[in-house]
Design a protein around this ligand. Structure first.
Ligand SMILES: O=C(O)CCC(=O)C(=O)O
Length: 479
């Protein structure tokens, strides 16, 4: 029988993804262990009895294989594999739901080695060489206020657009304008902010002359990082007052159990919906540390200001009406806050803090501490996101890629673990209002750039279903 060699590197990423999934299924059910260079028969994978979702994926993967190559009369040999979907975990002694009912922090305190379900990559696979730092553009958001000289503003808008078209993210940081200007630029949110009845009101008043690009005083960013660290440093019994069920999303714990065969993240997190207020489940809002709730309340207000400014600026950078994205997100667009804690890990070369994924959000705003760990994938290479004191990273999710008709990229990213240093981060997910239809802006559809995506509703739910299977969902929105 003739043998066909397929050079994995020349396929596009979607095809590799599907083939990787197919290969994984073969690995699990074929008597032949499927590794690089092993002869595979995709037919076998699809005719065995499989759980329905897996069978569906296998059939899909097989279709992709057949569409790409005539596989009917030769076995397929894959020369090289790399995509994350193939790195699915081998059977663990303890099942995922049992592991997820425990905290990674507890395992570390007990001196336990990561179970095999946490092991997600080959030691030799990559990263002998540390990933280079990503030259992600740093944008001064304050330049988008009305009083800035128009040439300066235009330059910064072009920089913003180019950052989002290439990296899908940018960092914004401290600068030299007065806080008052930011408030003027986002008057609606500012009105809301003065209504807040809490100590930070005075803090802001007293730093009114402070110079801040994203409109959040550095002292407050220190404060939210501090309460995050204090929360995770508390005894387990205190934190467990806010525990979530294994399958729930909100609360303290790990992610809900993923599909069988997916590996687990080396992290604990506290996940809270903070806006709109009626979606809050305050039983999960910690009362200790004492200031936690107030700090989160205030951070939510600041995040609303930042999302307003960022959404308007992104629209302007594309020569669109400034409120167009805000209108697509809707008045009740959600803010969900994920406080991430990545304990030290004895096997950083084979265990990840957060598996590779793109976000299903509109976009995500991340506050890192000073420990590197977050990486973005660009042109199939991982780059480490630099930690810049008091900078916020704004990272596009799939829904912004849809709204911009593919112009802004929703980057795949992951978090690596660290042997010596624990790490915390705070990610705020900004997602269009429930049941609200979103789609490409008309101004971004033309002859040269035909419509790439259809209108979608509640895309985050589809995204989550695929995420749990280790896959991206963006193709479900493609035309
Ligand atoms: O920890 C980080 O820096 C990134 C967190 C993240 O991507 C997430 O929580 O989805």
């Amino acid at each position: 029988m003739p043998v066909k060699f397929i050079d994995y590197e020349v396929m596009d990423k979607g095809a590799r993804d599907d083939i990787a999934l197919c290969l994984h299924l073969c690995t699990k059910i074929s008597p032949i262990p499927a590794q690089s260079g092993t002869v595979l028969d995709s037919e076998i994978a699809c005719t065995r009895e499989l759980p329905s979702q897996v069978a569906e994926s296998a059939a899909y993967a097989a279709d992709q294989l057949n569409a790409l190559f005539d596989t009917s009369n030769f076995p397929v040999i894959l020369l090289e594999l790399y995509y994350p979907a193939v790195n699915m975990a081998s059977p663990s002694i303890l099942p995922a739901n049992v592991l997820l009912s425990r905290r990674v922090q507890e395992m570390v305190i007990n001196g336990e080695e990561p179970e095999s379900l946490y092991i997600c990559r080959d030691e030799k696979e990559d990263e002998d060489v540390p990933s280079p730092l990503a030259p992600i553009p740093i944008i001064d958001l304050s330049l988008f206020s009305s009083s800035t000289l128009s040439t300066k503003r235009e330059e910064e808008l072009q920089k913003l657009k180019s950052a989002l078209c290439s990296w899908g993210c940018f960092q914004c940081h401290m600068n030299t304008v007065r806080y008052q200007e930011i408030r003027d630029a986002v008057t609606d949110s500012a009105n809301e902010y003065v209504k807040i009845r809490q100590p930070y009101y005075f803090l802001i008043k007293s730093t009114e002359m402070e110079a801040i690009g994203h409109g959040i005083p550095s002292s407050f960013l220190d404060e939210i990082r501090q309460v995050t660290t204090e929360f995770f440093e508390q005894p387990m019994d205190e934190k467990k007052k806010y525990s979530k069920g294994v399958e729930d999303v909100q609360g303290y714990g790990g992610d809900p159990t993923p599909e069988e065969g997916q590996f687990l993240d080396w992290q604990d997190r506290l996940f809270l919906t903070s806006y709109p207020e009626y979606l809050r489940d305050t039983k999960f809002w910690p009362e200790s540390p004492k200031s936690f709730r107030n700090v989160l309340e205030y951070y939510t207000t600041k995040m609303r200001m930042v999302t307003e400014l960022v959404s308007k600026s992104m629209a302007k950078s594309l020569q669109l009406e400034e409120n167009c994205f805000l209108n697509q997100f809707g008045e009740r667009a959600a803010l969900q806050v994920r406080f991430n804690y990545y304990p030290c890990c004895q096997k950083p070369e084979i265990v990840l803090g957060l598996k590779p994924h793109a976000d299903g959000t509109g976009y995500t705003i991340i506050l890192q501490d000073d420990v590197e760990g977050l990486q973005v994938l660009k042109e199939e290479h991982w780059f480490t996101v630099p930690t810049i004191p008091n900078a916020l990273l704004v990272l596009m999710g799939d829904q912004m890629e849809i709204m911009t008709n593919g112009m802004f990229k929703s980057p795949v990213h992951r978090v690596v673990t660290n042997k010596e240093k624990e790490r915390t981060s705070i990610a705020v997910f900004y997602t269009p209002e429930k049941h609200k239809e979103i789609g490409p802006e008309d101004g971004l559809v033309n002859e040269e750039r035909p419509r790439l995506f259809k209108k979608v509703k509640d895309y985050d739910i589809t995204h989550w279903e695929y995420y749990q299977r280790g896959r991206r969902a963006l193709h479900t929105a493609e035309i």
